[in-house]
Design a protein around this ligand. Sequence first.
Ligand SMILES: C[S@@+](CC[C@H](N)C(=O)[O-])C[C@H]1O[C@@H](n2cnc3c(N)ncnc32)[C@H](O)[C@@H]1O
Length: 298
Amino acid sequence: MVNLNKSLTKRLSKEQLDVLVRSIEEKNEIPIRVVYTQEYWDKIAMDNDYKLANRELSALKSIIKKLAIQFNGKKINIIHLGVGNGVEIPIIIDAFSEKNIVNYSIVDVNPATLAITEKRIAEKFPNQKVRKFLQDIETYGINNICEETKEDGAEINIIFLIANGVLFSNDKLVTEIYRSLNEGDYFFLTLELYQNGKDKEIIKSYLIPSVLDLLANGIKLIGYDPNYKEFTAEINKDENLLKVYYSPTADRSKKFLVLHSYKPTLEKLNKRMESLNFKNIFIEEYQEIHTCAALYNK
Ligand SMILES: C[S@@+](CC[C@H](N)C(=O)[O-])C[C@H]1O[C@@H](n2cnc3c(N)ncnc32)[C@H](O)[C@@H]1O
């Protein structure tokens, strides 16, 4: 029996609550989609110690010209998955320009995040047409989003997954991304990679207070009152996953997986994408920040 904190689980939909209970009962795991709330994510996004996002933003800034040149002024749609508060959106719109992005679809499971991101785009880019999709993409996939974006949009969809190794660790979702690509569509990714000897540096971003506050937000749903010392992190090189666990001091026999993020070497990333049939258009590795940016199609 899962010991739910009834006042905190009120913010979850019936469906999210079911996902949470099932995940705890079957694998002692807090699904990340019930954890994010706007205030906690905002705290992380504004935290200078959150180097992970800085690395991925830096990779995006390095590649964005090359990406825009690839489409050479063609009309496109952007489908931005797990957009969060969309810090990277201005970089993307500036590079492609508003006139070439027919639909900018923002997708997230968190309604407050989506509303704020939509408002931010409207303020900075009043002419940009935005479509908003409040959807749990791990449960419902993205096929409908890709189709609806095209209905009144351009013929080319580019699916963006930026700074989102957590969602990218979900094989089912990556397969769904592949399935949702039609001829002429693309998938763009930025990802922090694993690099030998950098374990501590990679893990550090996941154990800073703002991230632990977010993860504690999930643990509190199942009745614990966590402190920072009860969280640990490791990199599992066989699974190519960074994992963060919570284990309460009062009962060390209990251990919950609170986050897993895909951290492959470049070679392993290439193998995974190949095995899923993605065709690589280009991939750039930024060794000093152990991050890459890649463009794929079918
Ligand atoms: C790492 S954060 C946001 C990253 C974003 N690039 C940024 O810097 O703000 C991940 C986002 O994915 C969203 N998310 C997590 N699981 C999701 C799911 N199953 N469906 C849709 N969105 C999801 C979260 O709500 C969160 O806003």
